[in-house]
Design a protein around this ligand. Structure first.
Ligand code: HEC
Ligand code: HEC
Length: 335
């Protein structure tokens, strides 16, 4: 009898048992409730397709160019030095150094999934991968070269001359260079994020807290701007709507004027593209000026300046957990 007593639950033990089963019940009900929202989720965000059809020969040649320093003015800078595959397609610098060893005026955005959205660059003024590639090839902040110089260089390198010849059967033209590089970038999709698996119907792919985070992402209104396949990349907005982030943090720069720098229209001051949020946990620091180092801070700033709300710490944590489900795979490997 004494022996058995040791195994009988104490009153505290019973209470614990009871509470655990009640909370399991609540947990299960919440999961069902959240799953009922599944249908809405499908229309708000689409999963990244598992494959994308690209011309492999062009994409392969584009990759060679993307990774080749020799194509820049002084032979010292390649696209891949700022857009690194092991750093979420960006470089984790606040501002990366351009070819002239001076910091660029904006933070490096990811090169992943750029083929899936209509607006490119921080201001959204870029409207095709080809035109953005041309701008970067010529920009002093990019490769600082020009077409005659670049085409001469490529013609002088038999491997490139032959590769272009095999694809286009004519002398190398700027359009060919742009096309192969754009084709390579279109191939850089990152499917199979846990959130995409959830969108495809695999409910266990994300946890209840991550689902709660997604609910908050919608209910606070983040999704009114960060929407579509990349959760961004298809609209612009002032930064911010409630107060001006750059003016409030001091040291305003020319780049902070956003789309205005391109159009010179007063109404375009401080206008930026709503950036995509895929693989966002990998691409700190955040914002066009790289002014914020953590996701928690970025979410807090978004709450204050875009939604006019102070988001409590607990909700910030849940939203962050949701954002972390957006990390996908590149060529079948987790990023
Ligand atoms: C010195 C660093 C650096 C180098 C080198 C570089 N980039 Fe970028 N890239 C950036 C920055 C910074 C931006 C954002 C520019 C802006 O909009 O303010 C950017 C933006 C882009 C974008 C738009 C991404 C988006 O989210 O819309 C594409 C595409 C791109 N770069 C491709 C290239 C290609 C192709 C090359 C080589 C020809 C290249 N980059 C070289 C830093 C770099
Ligand atoms: C009114 C539109 C709008 C709303 C609402 C909004 N955002 Fe943003 N978001 C933007 C814009 C525009 C930027 C780019 C700001 C910049 O750097 O110039 C941005 C940037 C971000 C970034 C940094 C991205 C990067 O690559 O650096 C994160 C993270 C983010 N938003 C998350 C959120 C979350 C979470 C919410 C909800 C709490 C939210 N946003 C609400 C428009 C919005």
């Amino acid at each position: 009898m004494i022996f058995f007593r040791q195994f009988l639950p104490t009153r505290a033990g019973w209470l614990l048992f009871l509470l655990t089963s009640i909370s399991c019940q609540i947990y299960a009900e919440e999961r069902i409730h959240l799953l009922q929202e599944y249908q809405n989720d499908v229309s708000l965000v689409e999963p990244i397709p598992l494959t994308v059809s690209v011309d492999l020969e062009k994409a392969r040649l584009g990759k060679l160019l993307f990774e080749d320093k020799r194509i820049s003015k002084d032979g010292k800078k390649a696209c891949v030095e700022c857009h690194l595959s092991d750093k979420g397609g960006a470089d984790n610098e606040r501002l990366s150094n351009a070819i002239n060893d001076k910091p660029r005026s904006t933070n490096t955005p990811t090169i992943f999934n750029v083929g899936l959205v209509p607006m490119l660059g921080w201001t959204g003024a870029g409207n095709s991968l080809e035109s953005v590639t041309e701008a970067i090839i010529k920009s002093k902040q990019g490769l600082a070269t020009d077409w005659p110089e670049l085409i001469n260089k490529l013609n002088a390198m038999p491997a490139y001359r032959n590769a272009f010849e095999n694809i286009y059967h004519q002398a190398i033209k700027p359009d060919h260079v742009k096309e192969v590089m754009a084709e390579y970038m279109r191939s850089l999709i990152t499917p199979n994020a846990r959130f995409d698996k959830y969108l495809r119907g695999q409910e266990s792919a994300i946890s209840v807290d991550e689902m709660r985070g997604y609910q908050l992402f919608k209910s606070y209104g983040c999704a009114s701007c960060h929407q579509g396949i990349n959760l961004g990349g298809n609209m612009t907005s002032p930064f911010g709507v409630f107060g001006n982030y750059m003016q409030n943090t001091g040291n305003e720069t020319q780049a902070d004027l956003g789309l205005f720098n391109k159009t010179k229209r007063p109404e375009d001051q401080y206008i930026f593209r709503v950036p995509g949020l895929r693989n966002i946990e990998l691409t700190a620091p955040y914002f066009h000026d790289g002014s914020v180092t953590t996701l928690d801070e970025a979410i807090d700033v978004m709450g204050r300046y875009m939604l006019g709300r102070e988001i409590p710490e607990r909700d910030i944590r849940l939203i962050k957990q949701f954002l972390e489900t957006l990390t996908g795979e590149l060529n079948g490997e987790s990023l």
